[in-house]
Design a binder for this molecule. Structure first.
Ligand SMILES: Nc1nc2c(ncn2[C@@H]2O[C@H](COP(=O)(O)OP(=O)(O)O)[C@@H](O)[C@H]2O)c(=O)[nH]1
Ligand SMILES: [Mg+2]
Length: 672
């Protein structure tokens, strides 16, 4: 950042439950630093942070975004780089991305609502990243807000190392800044506790403290900074952003105790720290990409070390291409300004890179740093996606790629069994936003619907099949006759086909044609036209005709004999069964279990985890495509689940009958 030493840069992210006031706090900080000439507000759609249409419309943050400004305190200029993140569960991938771009985190807890699901989720994420974290108790001006009660809840859930560093005054006219030099009598206890934490980081300080001397403000800050970095101390700040309460004190606290990029260098894929100084070779990490009509194509790079200059040609170490760093931008919402140089802790946007994607590393030539891939939650919702019109369908591939490229929790894949394109993600709101963006960015309209279940067919008994294909039309006829046995394929048998013909009743040169007939027949089974799996077919008899037999005749005979055989070998439909892991607070156990049994689910185990119940179950995929939304409404957002494919299992016959009848109806419609 211009005229700011790397040691004076603070890069942090705001996390927390939806509506805990993260975006409002960002607006207050930007106003305080003079980045905005008035204080934006999400309520009047004037927020500098929630500026996209989809965010304004829904009144929630959807995309993690970075902002920066300069804050002068105690005669020093500090660079403040901060990321706003969504609290809404569907967009948690954005939180994960943001935590990779920063040194520390601020978890917001609303003083009226207290600890909520999103608060715990945020806290866990910072713990998983071993990231120094502070807490802001926000919304102190709200009705029934209580700083003390919220602090108590925080300490009992997250530990006694969460200690207040600013405390609201009774009249809410201001906050007492315990870190600052003025020691008010009513904050003496809190100050003593902070001194103890600070003293414990340093032998000289602990002696001083035990001798009953007071630490200076500098000693206090330097000790707390060490404890903060080790995560053994979590500062708690008091704020009411719309009232401008505690904002200056928060900024001062951040400058005093948050680490700079030099204090907590990023680690590369091998777990080694990346040199963060401005003289080190340039290393950048792509934590966000955007492709929208307003911004165009922008790649957001967090500088990890070295200096980014406009004449630098960086190497994309992940993809092995070169990229020019000209036209780097400092982006604050819709405001963009050119930047000439950027150093560790800075986040800049680069326009129109050639081939750089989310998660890539960009480095000075000769520096080969890469970063470990981030772990994202598995999808919990699946929808089939088709273009509204043929014109939309023709462009759907590009449109889908654009939205999925920018969001690692949104996936698109082709199901080759059902011939559907499946869009999957973290929740229905995320999918709805993706649909909106496809229309806006790519002018492609799509329709989402429940995917088809990739049923399969197999046999459960031995059966014999026979078909004689004989046609005499005009000149040369067609002739081929096949007898086969079909049975479930034993697990240890790799061969699905066996030629058991003796005495040359079917000449060997027709066998490949018969096999082809089977392969074709197996793509559309006799029950509901689903792929056939796990069968063993052996051809044991048949007949041929010297003149009329042909490959095509035997292929037809093979396919029809297969159908005949399958129908006599107790055919069944198979459906995918998923392993489901559901985490819910105790009080929802009954409802969730009851609902599972309505979904033909089977509970296979129970565990408890951190005050929650974990239900391990198996359930048919057919019942689970939208479970995410239903679990959310059943548990008020407090339940979560993870699901993966387990195996195929037989569809119960009453349900199979419906599927078969449906398929027959569909086939008839197709033929008409
Ligand atoms: N009274 C009061 N309202 C707040 C405060 N912080 C946020 N809000 C309101 O709470 C709502 C959600 O705020 P927002 O910043 O979007 O929350 P986010 O989801 O955490 O980003 C908005 O209506 C804000 O005006 C606060 O400190 N005091
Ligand atoms: Mg927000």
């Amino acid at each position: 950042m211009k005229d700011v030493a790397v040691s004076d840069v603070r890069t942090f992210a705001l996390l927390g439950h939806t509506a805990s006031g993260k975006t409002t706090l960002i607006d207050a900080l930007l106003y305080k630093m003079g980045v905005n000439d008035r204080q934006g507000s999400v309520d009047t759609e004037s927020s500098m942070a929630d500026y996209t249409d989809e965010e304004k419309g829904r009144k929630i943050t959807i995309h993690a975004k970075s902002f920066s400004g300069v804050y002068s305190a105690a005669g020093r200029k500090h660079g403040m780089v901060m990321c706003d993140t969504p609290g809404f569960m569907d967009f948690f991938g954005q939180v994960i991305l943001a935590t990779r771009a920063v040194e520390s985190a601020v978890v917001l807890v609303d003083a009226h609502s207290g600890l909520q699901v999103g608060s715990h989720r945020s806290w866990k994420q910072t713990e998983a990243m071993k990231m120094p974290r502070a807490i802001v108790i926000s919304g102190l001006d709200r009705e029934n807000a209580s700083f003390e009660k919220t602090l108590e809840a925080i300490q009992s859930s997250w530990g006694p190392q969460c200690l207040p560093v600013t405390i609201p005054q009774a009249d809410l006219k201001g906050v007492s800044d315990i870190l600052g030099t003025v020691a008010a009598a009513d904050t003496a206890d809190a100050r003593t506790r902070l001194m103890e934490v600070a003293a414990e980081t340093d032998d000289a300080l602990i002696e001083k403290f035990l001798a009953g001397e007071l630490l200076t403000a500098e000693e206090l800050a330097s000790g707390l900074k060490k404890a903060f970095l080790k995560c053994s101390f979590v500062p708690v700040f008091a704020c009411a952003a719309p009232k401008n309460l505690g904002i200056t004190e928060l900024l001062n606290g951040i400058t005093r105790i948050f680490p700079s990029p030099l204090d907590r260098p990023m680690v590369n894929a091998e777990g080694k720290p990346v040199a963060a100084g401005p003289e080190a070779p340039f290393v950048g990490y792509v934590w966000r990409t955007v492709n929208d009509p307003f911004m165009g194509q922008l790649t957001f790079v967090r500088v990890c070390g070295g200096t980014l200059r406009s004449d630098l040609e960086a190497v994309n170490v992940t993809r092995e291409g070169k990229e020019r760093m000209a036209n780097a931008l400092d982006v604050n919402g819709r405001k963009q300004a050119a930047v000439e140089t950027a150093t560790a802790g800075d986040i800049v946007a680069l326009a129109k890179l050639k081939n750089t994607k989310l998660g890539d590393a960009l480095c000075a030539a000769g520096t080969l740093v890469t970063f470990a891939p981030l772990a994202f939650p598995h999808p919990v919702i699946w929808q089939s996606v088709v273009g509204k019109t043929q014109a939309d369908e023709d462009k759907i591939g590009t449109a889908l790629a654009r939205v999925t490229d920018d969001d690692p929790t949104l996936h698109v894949e082709r199901n080759t069994d059902t011939h559907e394109t499946i869009l999957s993600g973290a929740g229905d709101v995320q999918l709805a936003v993706a649909v909106e963006r496809m229309k806006k960015r790519s002018n492609v309209e799509v329709v989402l619907s429940t995917p088809k279940v990739p049923y399969k067919e197999t046999v459960t008994a031995r059966g014999e099949g026979h078909y004689k294909h004989k046609k005499q039309t005009g000149g040369r006829g067609q002739y081929g006759e096949v007898y086969l046995r079909i049975q479930p394929r034993p697990a240890d048998d790799d061969e699905w086909f066996e030629d058991a013909v003796v005495g040359g009743v079917i000449p060997g040169n027709f066998m490949p044609a018969i096999q082809k007939g089977f392969v074709e027949g197996m793509t559309r089974g006799p029950l509901a036209g689903c792929p056939v799996t796990n069968v063993k077919i052996s051809v044991y008899d048949g007949s041929y005709h010297d003149v009329d037999s042909s490959e095509i005749a035997f292929k037809i005979a093979g396919a029809r004999a297969l159908k005949d055989g399958m129908m006599k070998a107790k055919p069944v439909l198979l459906e995918p069964i998923m392993t489901v892991r559901i985490t819910v607070p105790d009080q929802f156990m009954g409802d969730v279990n009851g609902d599972l049994s309505h979904r033909r689910g089977r509970v296979v185990g129970m565990e408890s985890d951190d005050g929650h119940q974990v239900i391990l179950a198996e359930a048919p995929q057919a019942e689970m495509f939208r479970y995410c939304a239903e679990l959310r409404s059943m548990t008020g957002g407090k339940g979560s689940f993870d699901m993966s494919f387990a195996r195929y299992d037989i569809v119960p016959s009453n349900i199979a009958q419906k599927i078969i009848a449906e398929a027959a109806k569909h086939k008839q419609e197709e033929e008409e």
